[in-house]
Design a protein around this ligand. Structure first.
Ligand SMILES: C[S@@+](CC[C@H](N)C(=O)[O-])C[C@H]1O[C@@H](n2cnc3c(N)ncnc32)[C@H](O)[C@@H]1O
Length: 315
C-alpha cells in the first residue's frame, strides 16, 4: 500500500456527510486481520452472510476462499464464534456493517482486461466520437477498483489524439465504495502482472518504472475525478454521461433483485446513444431502460431513446 494521499474535497465531503465514518477503516481492518488468528467460516456461514447482503454465491466462486478467510479473521477479532453472532454485531453496529461490506469487495482487475472490448472501443467507437462536438465527453467508471480500466481508457484516448483524431475534451468520473482502492488508484502504481496486456510502446509512453513495478505518468492522471460512491445506495454522481462502465462488480456479485433496479437507476444518467459496458461474462438483469447489444462486442450495449409516448398521460 502506498502512503496516504492528500485529503480530496470529495473525500472530505464524504467524511462530512458520514459516508466515511473513519479514515481508512478498510485498510486498518485489513491490516489488523493479517495479524489476527482466524475463525473458520464454512460455506454455510458464508452463504448466510452473502444472503444478508443480497450477494451472489456463484459470483464469489473464484474468490470464495480468500474472502471467507478475511471475514473469518474479522469475526474472530470481535470474538464472534459463529456467523449468527457476527450478523448480530453487524445489525447493532452500522460501522461494522460497512466494514463487512467493504471486506466483501473484490478488487481484482488489470489493464485492458477483455482485449476485444478495448479494440472495438479503439477501432470503431473512438473515430465516431471524434470531431462530433466540442462538448465535454463524460465517462463514468462505477466500481473502478484501483483504476486499471480508467487509465486504460485514458491511454486509448491519448493515443488516438496522437493520431490526430479531433476528440472532444474528456472528463472521467471514477467511483468505488472502498476508500482503500481509490487511494491506490490516485497513486497510479501497479505491479508488473497487472500490465501484461499493455503493448510495449504504450508502456514506454505512459508509464515510468518504480520500485514496485510501474507508475502512470502525471499527464495520464489529469481530468480524472476519483470519488467515494456506493452504487447501491448513492445517486449517480452526474446527470448525463456518454459512457458508463459497470464491469465485474454489480452484475457479478449482487443478486438480480438488487442489480436490476440499481442498474436502471445508473442508466438514468446515460444519454440515448451512449454506451453501457459490462464484463465479458456478465448477463444483464431485466431492466426498464431500452438497450441494444452491439453486434461488435457482447460487453457493449447502446442505450436507445425511450419509445415515443412512453411517459405520455394515458387517455
Ligand atoms: C472486481 S473489481 C472490478 C474493477 C473493474 N471495474 C474491472 O472490471 O476490472 C470490483 C470493484 O467494485 C467495487 N464495488 C463493489 N460493490 C460496490 C458498490 N456497491 N459501489 C461501488 N463500488 C462497488 C469493489 O470495491 C471493487 O473495487
Amino acid at each position: 500500500m502506498e502512503g496516504h494521499a492528500a485529503e480530496s474535497p470529495d473525500r472530505s465531503n464524504a467524511l462530512k456527510s458520514g459516508t466515511v465514518p473513519c479514515h481508512d477503516r478498510t485498510k486498518e481492518a485489513r491490516l489488523a486481520l493479517e495479524e489476527a488468528p482466524g475463525f473458520h467460516l464454512d460455506d454455510e456461514g458464508f452463504r448466510t452472510l452473502l444472503q444478508h447482503f443480497q450477494l451472489s454465491w456463484s459470483g464469489y466462486r473464484r474468490v470464495r476462499k480468500g474472502v471467507k478467510r478475511r471475514l473469518g479473521r474479522r469475526m474472530a477479532l470481535h470474538g464472534c464464534m459463529d456467523v449468527e453472532a457476527y450478523l448480530q454485531k453487524i445489525t447493532e453496529d452500522p460501522s461494522e456493517e460497512r466494514t463487512a461490506r467493504e471486506l466483501l469487495t473484490v478488487s481484482i482487475s488489470r489493464f485492458f482486461r477483455d482485449r476485444k472490448l478495448w479494440s472495438v472501443l479503439r477501432e470503431y467507437f473512438l473515430p465516431r466520437w471524434a470531431g462530433k462536438s466540442e462538448q465535454e465527453f463524460r465517462v463514468w467508471f462505477a466500481g473502478c477498483a484501483c483504476g486499471e480500466e480508467v487509465y486504460s481508457f485514458k491511454i486509448l484516448w491519448e493515443a488516438a489524439r496522437t493520431l490526430e483524431l479531433r476528440l472532444p475534451p474528456l472528463a472521467l468520473y471514477a467511483t468505488d465504495m472502498n476508500p482503500e482502492v481509490l487511494e491506490r488508484a490516485r497513486a497510479g502504481k501497479y505491479p508488473p502482472g497487472s500490465l501484461k496486456e499493455v503493448p510495449p510502446e504504450w508502456l514506454q509512453d505512459y508509464f515510468c518504472l518504480v520500485e514496485t513495478g510501474f507508475e502512470v505518468l502525471p499527464p495520464l492522471k489529469g481530468s480524472i475525478q476519483w470519488r467515494l460512491h456506493d452504487f447501491t445506495a448513492d445517486a449517480p454522481p452526474l446527470d448525463v454521461v456518454d459512457v458508463l462502465l459497470v464491469r465485474n462488480n454489480l452484475l457479478t456479485y449482487y443478486l438480480p433483485p438488487i442489480s436490476g433496479p440499481v442498474l436502471d437507476r445508473m442508466l438514468g444518467s446515460l444519454r440515448p446513444g451512449g454506451l453501457l459496458v459490462v464484463g465479458n461474462n456478465e448477463v444483464l438483469p431485466p431492466v426498464n431502460t431500452p438497450l441494444l447489444q452491439s453486434p461488435l462486442c457482447k460487453c457493449i450495449w447502446v442505450r436507445q431513446a425511450e419509445p415515443a409516448g412512453k411517459d405520455a398521460p394515458k387517455s
